[in-house]
Design a protein around this ligand. Structure first.
Ligand code: PEP
Ligand code: MG
Length: 564
């Protein structure tokens, strides 16, 4: 290993774990042509043929890789190859070349047109623009005879660095070789983070431009739980940390629920799901039920509101996966980063602070009542432990809570609310009397407490649920919920962090809901601490002055319990 001074770059750790290996960088995207040069009229047919040959080569290459891949990876590659062959896109390129543009510039112009169209359609379509730009870059590189942008061939073990990763890149990651992902951009909900979570490899996003100080070939130590990338770490020290982490992973793999602290205090561990498929996968994990079913995710591309029967059919797939366990359904959280064409207001100046979640129902009550009818219909016959709990997103006042609760109760549904607006946490004593449960949405609670957009990579240091301001609101909510005897859960990303989970349980949280893949890690960690120790770390955390200090202090305290 090279002897170099230590350099630490800090980003946001989104998947815990440590890795030690050489850095490799995703090959850069090509510089885009600015246009301006004119292709002579008699050379334009040949220019178009040059484009078609390049696009054909790129599509063949992607299809070949699709044939060698499996499952979701194969689907993503086939879909990307399909985009390269898209007739509408080829037509737009031909038009540009006929107008005198070079093939490279015509590709840029045609792609810009499609990107603008997709962006104005919003929702899932807007998310496809990364794929379109990826296709553009591959074809331009091919036209210029440059290496295909994207993943390099990796011989030994490596840590992959990138500005951000395109879906086609992440789909073919060789997890046997790539031990961690680090990106300059992105956020906790970015594509990179989602894939890393699925693959269960350490991942850091939003590491900023400082990441460029790390060169391909540098040997680096990555710690996904604190979000640091460090060069110049002693090899023996780094290997020991990796071994220790592996031992921990073994313990996690052995863990069996139901979850409880070392002294037998029960904590319900549940899964966050988006649809029936995710619920079936969750049912195979150690999750005891569903703590957050994000219903809006099924309707992102629907242009019209589905009928009550159609909605009920969608919901019942989730209930079927957990016929005898708790399922918490969240009513439509449309708006802001999840626009739904039939429910979201257009042209809001500030949609994250706008008419989203329950607020939509103020002027469109029937939208909510039809959804509640569909949930009631789908959950017919569910009772006891499997009774259907329904919660509203973005509740801010007691009036909203009581209005929502009344509608649920009249349909035999158990009413609750998300606590994700700081006002709801502060006014929890006025809200709780109307409800049978609350669930703290730490993603939005953090965004609104810190006044920091949860999707902004530059603000990822603020949108950190370890922020003591957020922890104090959670602590307050837990105290009030105990006074009112109302169960309190956490269903934001915070519930996926094993150390933070101990803090939350110490504050009095009764259930934690996170990605199914996070459940065992949280359960294994809780099993190592007594309830009193959880309470101690909770105090350490919310009395800290910063998120980093809280995380570090809790980590040290938990280490000390292990050593004791
Ligand atoms: C949250 O805000 O923490 C939450 C769970 O809801 P979502 O991430 O869907 O906004
Ligand atoms: Mg939310």
């Amino acid at each position: 290993m090279t002897e170099s001074p230590k350099v630490t770059v800090k980003g946001t750790g989104v998947v815990a774990g440590v890795a030690f290996a050489e850095a490799v960088w995703v090959r850069p995207r090509p510089e885009l042509p600015q246009g301006g040069e004119v292709v002579a009229e008699d050379a334009r047919d040949a220019e178009f043929e040059r484009f078609e040959a390049a696009a054909g080569t790129v599509a063949d290459r992607l299809e070949l890789r699709a044939a060698g891949a499996e499952g979701q990876a194969a689907e993503v590659l086939t879909a990307t190859a399909g985009m390269v062959k898209d007739r509408g896109w080829h037509k737009a390129v031909r038009k540009g070349i006929r107008g005198g543009h070079s093939a490279e510039y015509a590709v840029v112009a045609a792609t810009d047109k499609f990107v603008a169209m997709f962006e104005s359609a919003g929702g899932v379509m807007a998310e496809r623009t990364t794929d379109l730009k990826d296709v553009r870059d591959r074809v331009i590189a091919e036209l210029r005879g440059e290496a295909e942008p994207g993943l390099p061939q990796v011989e030994g073990e490596a840590i992959l660095f990138a500005d951000d990763l395109a879906p086609a890149d992440t789909a073919t990651l060789n997890v046997k070789r790539i031990k961690a992902l680090v990106t300059e951009l992105g956020g906790p909900t970015s594509h990179t983070a989602i894939i890393a979570r699925q693959l269960d490899i350490p991942c850091i996003v939003a590491a900023g431009s400082g990441l460029k100080d790390i060169q391909a070939g540098d040997v680096v130590f990555v710690d996904g739980s604190v979000g640091t990338v460090t060069t110049g770490v002693e090899e023996a020290e780094a290997r020991a940390a990796v071994d220790q982490y592996r031992e921990r992973a073994e313990i996690v793999a052995q863990w069996k629920g139901p979850a409880q602290t070392k002294d037998g205090h029960r904590v319900q561990l549940l899964a966050n799901v988006a649809d029936g498929n995710a619920a079936r996968i969750a049912a195979d994990s150690q999750a005891e039920g569903v703590g957050l079913y994000r219903t809006e995710l099924s309707f992102l591309s629907a242009s019209e509101e589905p009928s009550v029967d159609d909605q009920a059919a969608v919901y019942s797939k989730v209930f079927k996966a957990f016929p005898e366990s708790k399922v918490v359904v969240r009513t439509l959280d449309a708006g802001s980063d999840k626009p739904i064409s039939y429910a979201t207001l257009e042209d809001e100046e500030n949609p994250a602070l706008g008419v989203r979640g329950l607020r939509i129902a103020r002027n469109n009550k029937e939208l909510l009542t039809r959804q509640l009818d569909a949930i009631a219909q789908a959950s017919e016959g569910r009772e006891g432990a499997a009774a259907t709990w329904v919660m509203a997103p973005m509740v801010a006042t007691a009036t909203e809570a009581s209005w929502f609760a009344e509608m649920c109760r009249s349909r035999g549904l158990t009413p609750g609310a998300m606590i994700e607006v700081p006002a709801a946490a502060l006014m929890a004593d006025t809200i709780m009397p109307f409800l049978d449960f609350v669930s703290i949405g730490t993603n939005d609670l953090t965004q609104y407490t810190m006044a920091a957009d949860r999707l902004s990579p530059q603000l990822a240091y603020l949108t950190d649920p370890w922020q003591p301001a957020v922890l104090r609101l959670i602590q307050h909510t837990c105290v009030v919920s105990r006074d009112h005897n109302v169960p309190v859960g956490v269903c934001g990303e915070a519930a996926a962090d094993p150390l933070l989970a101990c803090v939350l349980v110490g504050m009095g949280v009764n259930s934690l809901s996170a990605a199914a893949t996070a459940v065992a890690g949280v359960g294994a960690q809780l099993a190592e601490l007594t309830l009193e120790q959880c309470q101690e770390v909770a105090k350490v955390a919310y009395e800290s002055a910063s998120a980093d200090e809280a995380r570090e202090a809790v980590r040290e305290r938990i280490e000390s319990y292990r050593g004791a």
